[in-house]
Design a binder for this molecule. Structure first.
Ligand code: LFR
Length: 469
């Protein structure tokens, strides 16, 4: 009997069920199910539709069973930082507000009255992003103190889905670190920090590592799915999973996990929490086996995805190849924006935000859509170039290669820009980085691979990795 493993990988714009099995020492993947994701507005806030997403998770498992490929194990990964608070009846308190919502504006000023930014970085090693869970908790405390008072459990999004599947509540280390509430040295919740910001520590459970078994599906869920399966913790933070799937075992490379966000960095054994690192806003996210991902968030394909949405009409939807062709025609257009400017986080119109940035910085304003696109391409590539320089400065090393993994690695125009701007060798693939990292942990759990190195070697030999020329 063939053994199947299932990764449920949910990103900001879509979710996918990717099934894997091992054949002739290679990993074979198959996409079984796909659904859309995105924010909806409720009471003026950007929210996630957790109920619908959960239904889709169950539908996707059922699709595997229906195809005669019931998975023996499964794991869920999503974006980081977002969470639910559950009351004593295990019901969600309030809406599940998404991290791009503006409710955390100014929460940094409030947090600074409780702890200095320097001490916060020294303790957690996590980049300052206004959407981090720590700022979201303060926003809830301000707007709905009763939610904090009545909360019994803090579960991050994948943990909440695991709870609905199995009835077991379990916090996971890699995703927890994204929230800026975990101490980079103890690798546990920073209980003193929680005290100082007035969030009750009793809502946070023991942190479990990837590879831990959460439990079996509840009988009523197994019935709906048409199969029984063991739910396992992968690195439930998608970036944690993606970086596991980088097809290399040396350390002469920088990775770029390319999706809605671009996450660019290196792996390190220890967190680097110096003031200089803080100034560059590098983050030290916790990873598999307590490896740290020392990386920078760059606004990423989100900018292109939004421009595309704005161009689409009822009569015409643009494909990415069409947009790339337009960008190529406008190549040479000189303006560059700072991709990490907060005006690009959740603008009403990305196209206008890009034009306005150019105008207010005295640069040529892009008119055609091709010009807008090429400004974004060049600006992303410029951010990658700057980040490479900062990574080399912070680590005191020079790197030869950049490995691009994830959906964005299919964009050869962007890959070429990365090569031109950074002057590094660029390798693209695997496309399914995040799902693969999730699956690798399941395979490590059942002993199909003995070490992460062995698993990475298998990824390198199973998937097409293209050298960009
Ligand atoms: C990527 C990602 C990033 C995180 C951002 C918000 O999907 O997980 O790593 O910074 O989303 O959670």
């Amino acid at each position: 009997m063939m053994k199947y493993y299932l990764a449920v990988d949910i990103g900001a714009s879509s979710g996918r069920h990717i099934l894997a099995h091992l054949e002739d020492e290679k990993i074979i993947l198959e996409e079984m199910y796909r659904f859309t994701n995105g924010n909806v507005t409720r009471d003026g806030h950007l929210c996630w539709e957790l109920d619908r997403l959960f239904e889709e998770i169950v539908n996707g498992i059922a699709a595997c069973a229906k195809a005669g490929k019931a998975p023996s194990s499964m794991g869920i990964d999503t974006w980081g930082v977002d969470f639910v608070l559950l009351d004593k009846n295990n019901q969600i308190l309030g809406d599940t507000i998404a991290y791009r919502d503006s409710r955390t504006d100014d929460m940094d000023k409030l947090l600074e009255t409780m702890i200095s930014p320097e001490e916060l970085y020294e303790r957690t090693g996590i980049q300052k992003q206004l959407y981090n869970s720590i700022y979201q908790l303060l926003a809830i405390k301000n707007e709905h103190p009763e939610y904090i008072k009545n909360a019994e459990h803090y579960l991050m999004v994948p943990e909440y889905f695991n709870y609905l599947l199995t009835g077991v509540m379990m916090n996971e280390y890699t995703n927890a670190t994204t929230g800026q509430l975990v101490n980079a040295v103890t690798k546990d919740w920073d209980y003193e920090l929680l005290d100082r910001i007035g969030i009750p520590s009793k809502i946070f459970g023991k942190l479990h590592m990837p590879k831990t078994s959460v439990g079996m599906l509840k009988p009523e869920i197994a019935k709906k799915c048409g199969c029984q399966t063991e739910v396992i913790l992968p690195a439930t933070h998608d970036t944690g999973s993606a970086v596991l799937a980088v097809p290399a075992n040396d350390d002469d490379f920088i990775y770029l996990s390319s999706g809605t966000w671009s996450l660019m960095g290196i792996e390190r054994k220890y967190a680097e929490c110096s003031l200089k690192s803080m100034k560059y806003n590098f983050t030290n996210e916790g990873g598999y086996d307590y490896r740290f991902r020392y990386l920078k968030n760059i606004m990423g394909l989100w900018m292109l995805q939004n421009v595309r949405k704005e161009m689409n009409t009822d009569n015409k939807t643009y494909t990415f190849p069409e947009l790339i062709a337009m960008a190529k025609e406008a190549d040479g257009f000189p303006s560059i924006v700072n991709c990490n400017d907060s005006s690009f986080l959740a603008p009403k119109s990305m196209t206008d935000a890009v034009r306005y940035y150019c105008e207010r910085t005295g640069q040529k304003i892009p008119q055609s859509m091709g010009e807008v696109m090429v400004v974004i391409y060049n600006s992303l590539a410029q951010s990658y170039k700057d980040t490479v320089a900062e990574l080399e400065e912070m680590s005191g090393r020079k790197f030869t290669r950049i490995h691009v993994v994830g959906g964005g690695c299919q964009d050869m125009f962007l890959n070429q820009k990365i090569k031109t701007f950074t002057g590094k060798e660029v390798y693209a693939g695997p496309v399914e980085g995040t799902a693969l990292g999730n699956l690798m942990v399941q395979m490590l759990k059942d002993g199909s691979f003995k070490t992460l190195e062995e698993a990475r070697e298998c990824v390198a030999s199973s998937f097409d990795v293209k050298k960009v020329d």
